[in-house]
Structures are given as structure tokens and as C-alpha cells.
Design a protein around this ligand. Sequence first.
Ligand SMILES: Cc1cc2nc3c(=O)[nH]c(=O)nc-3n(C[C@H](O)[C@H](O)[C@H](O)COP(=O)(O)OP(=O)(O)OC[C@H]3O[C@@H](n4cnc5c(N)ncnc54)[C@H](O)[C@@H]3O)c2cc1C
Length: 483
Amino acid sequence: MSPPRTVVIVGGGISGLATAFALQEQAAAAGLPIRCTVLESGQSWGGKIVTHRIGELITEAGPDSFLSQKPAGLELCAKLGLTDQLINTNETGKKAFVLYGGRLHELPEGLVSFVPNQLGPFLRSGLLSWTGLARMGLDVVVPRGPSEGDESLASFFRRRFGAQAFDRVLEPLMAGIYAGDAEQMSLKATFPRFFELEQQYGSIIRGMMAAKKKASSAPASGSTCTMFVSLKNGLGDLVTALTTRLTRQGVELRLGCQVDALRVRSHQLGRWMYDLILNDGSALSTESLVLAPPAYVAAELLRPLTPIAGGLLEMIPYASTATIAMAYPADAVAGAVEGFGFIVPRIEGRDLIAATWTSLKWPHRAPADQVLVRCYVGGVGREVILRLDDDQLAARVRAELSALCGIKAEPGYVEVNRWWKAMPQYTLGHLDRLTQLDAALSRYGGLVLTGAGYRGVGIPDCIRDGAVAAGRVVHYLSVKAAS
Ligand SMILES: Cc1cc2nc3c(=O)[nH]c(=O)nc-3n(C[C@H](O)[C@H](O)[C@H](O)COP(=O)(O)OP(=O)(O)OC[C@H]3O[C@@H](n4cnc5c(N)ncnc54)[C@H](O)[C@@H]3O)c2cc1C
């Protein structure tokens, strides 16, 4: 029997771990024996997924849920036996608010999928003036934009719906997800569906209505999931389930193992061997290499091999953010918190990007006599606040909650989580750069990039992209094994 093929995955976030999981699955299906190692520079697995348990409180330092409409997240949970741990958002309190003119307004219904399919709720929300609303309705007659080239989120949505709807509602909903600047963000790379709707229907409203009609005439999917789902005891359980399964499958998982440099040995017949230089000075060789750290780390590792790829990767900027979790006595905030929380448009000029009433959204994340709140600060153009120390940052956020919601009580628990260079920004031209990157790396057989920096930042995107990366490795090694 031929010896197992070697694969090393750099980065033990959800992208690297999901790649390792898919690799085991796909290599087994292809009858390809592999020996897989995952190297993680930190002291824990999961990267941005970090769940803390403090008594009966469950806080998430990074992501707190994932989209159920993108199937990769739910499918991975099912494969790991976590389906019975999945939880829906608390539908009884399903409301969200947006700050406008210093006051919180309820977000119009129908914005669940980010774009209105009816204008009535907008009218009732009082968010837009008559002229703003009329301008929104013009979406049905505004000519479609060119199919070629890229356009910023800001330009696209202002063109289709007008400045008022964009500034007051769409900007915080969309740019907020990326902690980004809508003027710089690529529509095609972040929300390609809206580009497709415009191209197909000539109008987003018409496209959304057609999609709604199609969905209502299609057989019921049987899914009982809300738009966002989480795991009962936190997303950290996804990471634990993955590492437990991978260990059982014989994957070598190494923590505290930072890859400092990469060398390549080229053999005849296009065969490659990658040598990784680790932080303890040792080296590790592998036939196939998956790079799953942030793009700026991949840039440093790849620059000596291909300065072009290094340069392209470096052009993917990352925004820094912080999340501040605070637990209040429930009676001290009664009446002040309602629904899931609120988002803050950039034009409001506040420190907060958003606040989630975590324990109203996911009821069992705090005991009944406490309310768990999570606030977000930072993001592109708003990072200066992160220079404050933890106490100052918490004080600033409390001042915002006091001004916006009247919460004056002292929280019983405060936790500040800083995320430096954490949110990749898909800026204008991002997809073109990915194409150039593929070309620059095409000669390096068995070398694959995956992670949030490229084809989707959400957890399901990372899982899906990891499976694609695994497929490319299995294909490469299978062809190589046969040659
Ligand atoms: C505050 C916050 C909230 C978010 N909320 C949500 C949400 O609610 N839902 C959602 O779907 N997504 C959310 N996201 C996005 C999502 O969490 C991330 O995009 C995703 O987890 C990134 O996974 P990744 O594996 O690609 O990268 P990472 O999690 O960054 O993992 C990369 C890993 O590589 C390691 N590494 C780096 N350099 C090296 C090296 N030289 N050698 C070895 N290892 C190295 C790092 O230590 C890290 O563990 C959120 C992100 C943040 C920051």
C-alpha cells in the first residue's frame, strides 16, 4: 500500500477546521489515504469563535450565530451530531430598531432579508420622509446599471433607493455586518444577489416580489429554523465537536504552533514539496498545503514565493472592532430593552455600531433575573475608540446606552473583547484580485487558500469554502497518486 499523502492546514479557525473535516470525508470517499496536520498559532481552537461561560452567563466574544439560509453551517452541525443543540432566535420578541435623529425607530418589517418588498412598513416606521419614500419607490423605474465592472454598496443602493433610505437604514444593515465603509465595499463581492436581481428584473423591489411569489408557490421546505441560529451553549461547542471528531479520525492538531515562513521545493513532473518553518525553529514538510490564516498572514508567507500573490493578499484590508458584553439586573433595565437590539447608521456619528439584547434574542444565555447586552464598536473609520483602555471603553459604551435607551444602571458583569484586524473588507475590485491571485498561485500544485478573507466572511461561507479547498487538495493528490 502506498504511504499516506501529507496535508498541512495552517490556521485553526472555523475555516481551517472545516477544511480538515471535509478533507477527511472527501479523501475517504476517494479512497485516498492522507495524513493531515492542523497548525494553530494560538492557545485555543476556533479563531474568532470564542464562547465564555461565567456562572450561568454565556457570552460570545466573536460571532454569536450564523445564517441558516446558507446550508453549510446547518449541514456541518448535523454531521457532528449537534442538530439537537441548535436554537432559534426568540420569535416572540422579533423586533429590531435603528437609530435616527438620536431616537430609536423600529425597523420596518420586510427588512428581514435586508431589502424592502413592501413600502407600507417604511411609511409607518417614520424613518423616511415622503420624498425619501417616493424616491425608494423609484427603484421600479431606475434603469439597471452596467453588468461589467464593480460598484460600491453605497453607489448601488443610493442609485436604486435614494440617499435617505441608504443612509438611514440600508447602510447600517449592510456595512454593519462587515464593520465596513459602504463607499469602499464591493457590491459584487459582498451582496451579489442584489446585483443579480437588478440585472434580471431591472429593479430590486420587483426582483424581491418575484422571489417571494416563487417561494410561496414552492413546496414548504420543512425547515423550522429562524434566519439566524446558534448553539444552545454557544458556538464554542461547534469548535469542540470539530476538534473532538478530528482527533478521533487521527488528524494531528497542534496548538501554539505558528508558521513563520514557507519554502518550496520543486521536483520534476510538477511535483512540489512545501517546507514550513515553525516558531520553535523546526520544519515540517508536506505535499499539499492549505493556508487558512487571515489574508495578511498568508501574504507574508507567500511573498517570498510570489511577490504578486503577496501584494494582492496585502490589498485585502481588515477592520478592527471590539465587543463589550454587559449583564444587568433585569429589573434595572425593564422597559429600556425591547426586541433584539438596534443598529446605528454611520451618519448618526455615534461610538456604537450596534447593540444586541443577547438574552432577549437567545433567552437561556443569562439567568432570568439578568439581561445580557452586547455592544459593538470600531470598524472602518471608527477605530480610534479602540485606543481607550477596557474601563474607558466600557464607560463610553455605557454612556451611549444611557443616552440612547436610558439605561443608567451599573452592570454586574462587564467583558471587553478586542478584535484587531479581524473583519476582512471586500473593497472595490475584490473579485478581480481573487482571479489574479488564483493565476499567481496556479503553478503551485496542492497549495490552496481558504478563509474569511476571500469568498464570504460568515461562518457558513467559511465552512463551504473549506469544503471547496478540501476538494481541490483531494483532486490534486489523487491525480498525483495516479501519475
Ligand atoms: C466580533 C465578530 C463578530 C462576528 N459575528 C459573526 C456572526 O454573528 N455570524 C457569522 O457568521 N460570522 C460572524 N463573524 C465573522 C466570522 O466569525 C469570521 O469571519 C470567521 O470566524 C473567520 O474564520 P477563519 O477561520 O477564516 O479565520 P480566523 O477565525 O481568524 O482563524 C484563523 C486562525 O489562524 C491562526 N493563525 C494566524 N496566523 C497563523 C500562523 N502564522 N500559523 C498558524 N496559525 C495562524 C489564528 O490564530 C486563527 O486562529 C464575526 C466576526 C467578528 C470578529
